[in-house]
Design a protein around this ligand. Structure first.
Ligand SMILES: [Zn+2]
Length: 227
């Protein structure tokens, strides 16, 4: 029964998979870019699921032009940190509607069952952006539908809030000293969102230093484990 042994061997040597959910094309970089880059560097397979192309910040451009631009930027950012990108085209602020009508839940469940990630990163509960909040809810709903032995650990990341006040859940701090520059380079891939460059770099620097202090490293990222 050589084939059975081969299958066993393959399962044992399966690369660890990490998945991150991101409402818009750049949220994952802002919230967890250093950590995801670090996991990729360690040889783990990192998949980013992006639900929407992003904020409509260019009203003078056609929607398809924006989508193309955003997806190109996201794929480029994915290359910078060595992650795979999966895109869905939900309309902003109407996430829940599109999610249901396009049956995205089924696709995501299939992805989670196929890849069996050990960790799943998502938006935090206290994030007031409706799309971020919708993805937070979607994550928990999907998680509860998975068979218990395939349920990953679930961690939340912040996007625009400089400090996270949630104290109910345990924190996970990751040393991102070696990948902080990749995180910044990934952010710079989003050329179409010029306003994104100055504010996030300062915010990211502030947060990375603050979270780094907690673990006595130069730079860190903090998450909350909610499941
Ligand atoms: Zn966002």
């Amino acid at each position: 029964m050589a084939s059975k042994n081969i299958i066993k061997e393959l399962t044992r040597n399966k690369r660890e998979v990490i998945i991150a959910f991101s409402s818009h094309s750049d949220d994952w970089v802002i919230g967890a870019g250093g950590t995801l880059a670090k996991y990729a560097q360690e040889g783990k397979k990192v998949i980013i699921v992006i639900f929407s192309y992003g904020e409509k910040s260019h009203p003078w451009l056609k929607e398809e032009v924006i989508q193309k631009m955003r997806s190109r930027e996201a794929f480029h950012a994915g290359e910078v940190v060595d992650c795979e990108i999966v895109f869905f085209d939900l309309e902003e602020v109407k996430f829940e509607e599109g999610y249901k009508s396009k049956n995205i839940g089924q696709e995501l469940l299939a992805l989670l069952e196929k890849e069996q990630p050990t960790k799943l990163f998502t938006h935090c509960e206290e994030d007031l952006h409706p799309d971020h909040n919708a993805v937070h809810k979607i994550t928990l709903e999907l998680w509860s539908k998975l068979p218990s032995k395939h349920r990953p650990e679930v961690y939340t990341y912040p996007v625009w809030n400089p400090v996270n006040f949630h104290t109910k859940y345990p924190s996970l701090y990751i040393d991102i000293t070696s990948t902080f520059s990749s995180k910044l380079n990934a952010i710079k891939a989003f050329h179409s969102q010029k306003f994104h460059i100055i504010y996030p770099v300062l915010l990211l620097l502030f947060r990375a230093v603050k979270d780094g202090i907690k673990i006595r490293k130069k730079f860190g990222e903090q998450f909350f484990r909610i499941r």
